[in-house]
Write a protein that binds this ligand. Sequence first.
Ligand SMILES: [Zn+2]
Length: 273
Amino acid sequence: MKLRCPICERSSLCYVTRSLSLNTINEYYAYEFWRCRFCGFVFASNPESVSQITDAYEVDQGYTRDFDAILITNGAHKGICKFQVEITRRAIVGRTKIALDYGCGFGALLNVLSESCFEESYGIEISNLCHLFVKRFYGMDLLRTLDELRAHTTEPLDAIFMNTVLEHLPNFQQVLADLVRELRPGGCITVMVPNWNRERLSLRRYIWPHTGHLWHFTPKSLGLLFRKYGLQVVYSSRLPRQAQTASILGYEAVRLFGYVVPFGDLIYVGSKA
Ligand SMILES: [Zn+2]
């Protein structure tokens, strides 16, 4: 059987390497990586089932309950969130009224959106803990599905944000297609994902920590994905200098800074035709 790349649909997958990782009961296992030779998209064989990963988010496994620490992290993310809102606002043609943060987590971006040019902002999130936190500190009620959003507003969306969400979704292409449908022509979707070209540098040296990441994007594969769903890339950032710093510091940086800086992540803004 020939495996096809889920993005470019070519039979061009090749084995990359394996790395050790820890499963949910702290046992070591080998994690194998496959890469598309054409578009650079990477996925990993995962001994834990996909539902185990998504269930973990739903029951808040692995989230800190230290709300003070979350507030500090949200504060540290404010700069990058403001930057994302600003580049999105500039890319939108026409109205900037309704924004959605899909997979909004603890609401760092939503909090910034509430002080921005957008008149209405909504957050969709599956974690109960995030619902509790955002209600308590930002006074906002989060939603769980797109259907719930449609109970609040029937207008098409002007902006959609997805911050480090796409790499966790088993059905990422279906979700993206559904979101693009909710966007009005001239509206924009802004996606931030880890950059595989940076992450792969730490593959052989460390225990692979990103077991919740099902997919790994490169600039080329993310660009192809956008075009596949009718999005014209109007902004792309590869943050090369930060990526370089991250590769030197490795996961020491994560330990020191608590992953408050999205080192070298890809940020793409797509405009719906
Ligand atoms: Zn491909």
